[in-house]
Design a protein around this ligand. Sequence first.
Ligand SMILES: C[S@@+](CC[C@H](N)C(=O)[O-])C[C@H]1O[C@@H](n2cnc3c(N)ncnc32)[C@H](O)[C@@H]1O
Length: 471
Amino acid sequence: MAIHEINDQHLLTFSDFIREKTGLTFDKSNWYALKVSVGERMSAKSVDQPLEYFMQIKDDLKECEELISLLTVSETYFFRDRRQFEVLREHVLPEMIERKKKTQGRPKIKIASCGCSLGAEPYSIAIAIDQGGFQEADFEIIACDINKKSIEFAREAIYSDHYFREPETDISGYFERQGKKIFLKDSIKEKVRFYCANLMDLSASSFNLQDADIIFFRNVLIYFNEDTVIKTIQVFEKALDKNGYLFLGPFETLMRRETSFIFNEIGQALVWRLKEASVPVKERVSLPPPNIVMDAPPPAVFVDKVIKGDESHYEKAAGYFHIKRNQIAEKEFQEQLKITPDHVPSLVGLAFLYADVGDSVLALEYCQKALKVDNLIADAYFIQGLVLFQMKDFEEALKLFKKTVYCDDKHFVAQYFLALTYKEFNRPQQANHQFRVAIHAIDDLGKDGLTRELAGHCGNYILSLCLDNVT
Ligand SMILES: C[S@@+](CC[C@H](N)C(=O)[O-])C[C@H]1O[C@@H](n2cnc3c(N)ncnc32)[C@H](O)[C@@H]1O
């Protein structure tokens, strides 16, 4: 069946159900992702009517799991946001072991990876512990994910080059390569226990978070709505040891949320601790900017897109890109361009996709193609700016971010990067002014009747970074 037959009313029914069950939230920015996934399962089950399929997922747990496995974004890689693992190894574990030695003979440390996806995160934890030595302590590492297929994959622990994207980390000694397959060594594999569990209802599984000393919950809450974030954080507040540590992703914050956590900046990473934690906050250091392209939720270019004429490949591509199925997304964008070669959203979509997978040459090329069709495309300047910023060509990045905000003065991510670029040039006043402009741009989205969520969940994150920087 054509996915066009699934209408907005159907999608609302599905999204309410999925949100209730998993916490995953669908809005205009990821509507297509829901649509392509429902369409894919309807075809697999040979069901024509969306509501008939809806009745199936309500009654059939297995089918419901199949749909959820398509909807979750399993993007992950080893030592993602490497600094957090350095902080774990160099600061958090030594502090914890010393403290526990005073009350326990041999310290026991329980670490949980919540939303562990394909296992790269908990295995990175196990590798970091191995690198640190820590012979004097015992470790328990548990990991959970709602996606059953991800858990099966994690238990197998056979990876490909795709999962090794952190250039500054050499962990090759922990793996064995056979052709394109990369096998994790048993000595690390056996250190992690995996569970298929839903963080919204842990009582239904044997995943036991209680008394965890460290919780990793990275790059999950960006996909949740506010209520779900609060519910999940409350679970962590109860489960985490009072001197424990919570690691969130670089795009995630609990600032301006009513929780018992406050953040500490340790080394070059942010960690969250319960307010009553006895270890004092360390001196604050300036954090490096997050890798917006790699870790951000999908781009705003898709947000207000109105489908005209035959843009069905684009529609699918946008959906697949959102759930990071980049290979299919790339193919669909290319198919769309065969039909309509000047299709700007597909050109920009491909530029984002290539930037996302680290192919800066192709990213820049597709930005140029989009700008040839229309030289006022803000995102095409923005992506080029990001690529150059990452290459530390700040002169060029500055020009490109300026062009971005010239085309779209509400482009708050570009405003934020413009401020960071001024900081690189040691122009604090201009940087300060620019952080304020970004804050206003985010606030203005609210005035226009748009929610911050609509700006991509990174709206909240950028806001907190700007508020942190502004003086
Ligand atoms: C983007 S991945 C992040 C993986 C890993 N934490 C990292 O940072 O590399 C998000 C994961 O959260 C999982 N997830 C989403 N909702 C969940 C829930 N309600 N319970 C458990 N896992 C969930 C998804 O299945 C997905 O594997």
